[in-house]
Design a protein around this ligand. Structure first.
Ligand SMILES: [Cu+2]
Length: 267
């Protein structure tokens, strides 16, 4: 989506505009409604989620003010508490769209996702979350909205289509899923696969997934900025399927959970 410098006016206060071209372009600045001026190249060129944008525009302004005052180095330590992760291999829909370039996605699916949800959500690829899921994911995320975790911001991820870029996986055996993280948290990972007969052109429902995860693990090991989830693939499937991850943080630390949809093709 091409956002000119004035187009932020209709958006929530504090949401920054970005240049129409790629993130390598000159650093974006705050929209006209912001009290903060000046360039914040590190914050806004950083390709990771920041957290507060859609929930608390004022925090964005505060963070930005802090940045301006303390400098970019301080933000590096301040931001990770707001950032988290997504499935990197097999790549999740949102990470795929982020890697393609949210301003100019290549695949038809990411183009469509950006068309319905705008280009800025993929920048927050590590933040498809619910703050207080507390183990109630199935109760609080409606059918048809699993990939967005029921969040309007991420509705582009819910598009039911059979051309989402997909990762080819063996049909059975051990496979190490890699969950890319921007911040580690104590928590439990669960991986679910769609049942045989899954139709990707229909909105994804909870009942499309197996009731029990084929992988479940507390605090799996981390290597190379990714949790390494060594799973036994479910087997019994060929062709296009979807793997849904739930990363539920632990109380009393937090009830927050993160979600991802990865399109796969079983050989
Ligand atoms: Cu986090």
């Amino acid at each position: 989506m091409n956002w000119g410098p004035e187009s932020g006016a209709g958006r929530p206060t504090g949401v920054m505009t970005r240049p129409a071209s790629a993130p390598e372009s000159p650093p974006p600045t705050f929209g006209p409604t912001s009290r903060v001026s000046g360039r914040l190249p590190w914050v806004w060129s950083r390709p990771l989620g920041r957290g507060a944008r859609d929930e608390a525009s004022r925090s964005a302004v505060k963070v930005a003010t802090l940045t301006a005052v303390l400098g970019a180095a301080s933000v590096f330590t301040a931001v990770p508490a707001l950032a988290h992760g997504s499935m990197g291999n097999p790549i999740s829909r949102i990470m795929q769209c982020f890697r393609e370039g949210p301003e100019n996605p290549q695949s038809a699916a990411c183009k469509a996702a950006v068309a319905v949800g705008d280009s800025w959500p993929p920048y927050d690829w590590d933040e498809v979350n619910i703050a207080d899921a507390s183990g109630r994911s199935r109760e609080i995320i409606p059918d048809g909205k699993l990939c967005s975790a029921g969040r309007d911001k991420y509705k582009g991820l819910d598009l039911a289509r059979d051309d989402w870029p997909a990762t080819t996986l063996p049909s059975s055996g051990l496979y190490t899923f890699q969950y890319q993280l921007t911040a580690a948290h104590e928590g439990t990972f669960e991986l679910y696969v769609t049942k045989p007969g899954y139709d990707p052109t229909k909105p994804l429902k909870w009942s499309d997934l197996e009731d029990t995860p084929f992988y479940r693990q507390d605090n799996p090991p981390i290597a190379g900025n990714a949790y390494q989830l060594q799973a036994n693939l479910p087997g019994g499937r060929t062709g296009r399927h979807l793997i849904y991850s739930i990363w539920q943080r632990h109380w009393p630390d937090s009830g927050e959970a993160f979600y991802s949809c990865s399109d796969v093709i079983f050989r």
